[in-house]
Design a protein around this ligand. Structure first.
Ligand code: HEC
Length: 116
């Protein structure tokens, strides 16, 4: 019984590293930009928003599919784009002005994980 099993193991391991893999997982394929956005989301936003952006969090509402204009206004300045009706009328979220360079990545992440 020479090891075809280990041969397959090596192939599957290699593909998994490339983001493919041999079935299982259930992780969505995210673009590189969205993966960067996810890092920011997971480290800063899930304190209040849900780990799944399609669901409401402990404090913050669901934000999957948020527009770039909304993210820029709310995350950087704590404001809303003109004419936008906020999901909550609280004002509990602090602005994160240092994320100016991450808005595109956050936008990509929130767009790609949105359940349609
Ligand atoms: C301290 C808790 C907290 C953190 C951290 C936080 N949020 Fe929020 N967020 C809220 C709350 C609460 C609201 C509802 C409006 C308010 O109270 O400011 C909100 C609202 C929003 C909205 C507007 C939703 C809508 O459609 O009205 C967006 C977009 C948003 N957050 C994105 C983010 C992103 C992106 C991050 C991470 C960079 C983040 N938030 C981090 C608490 C938080």
């Amino acid at each position: 019984m020479a090891g075809t099993g280990s041969w397959w193991g090596a192939v599957c391991g290699g593909l998994a590293l490339l983001g493919g893999g041999c079935g299982g997982g259930g992780e969505q394929e995210l673009s590189e930009l969205a993966q960067r956005g996810r890092v920011t989301y997971v480290s800063l936003c899930i304190a209040c928003h849900n780990a799944d952006p399609n669901e409401d969090g402990s404090l913050g509402p669901a934000i999957a599919g948020a527009s770039r204009a909304l993210l820029e206004a709310k995350v950087l300045r704590g404001e809303y784009p003109p004419g936008y009706v906020p999901k909550r009328d609280s004002n509990a979220m602090p602005p994160f002005p240092h994320l100016a360079g991450e808005i595109d990545a956050l936008h990509a992440y929130l767009a790609e994980v949105e359940r349609k």
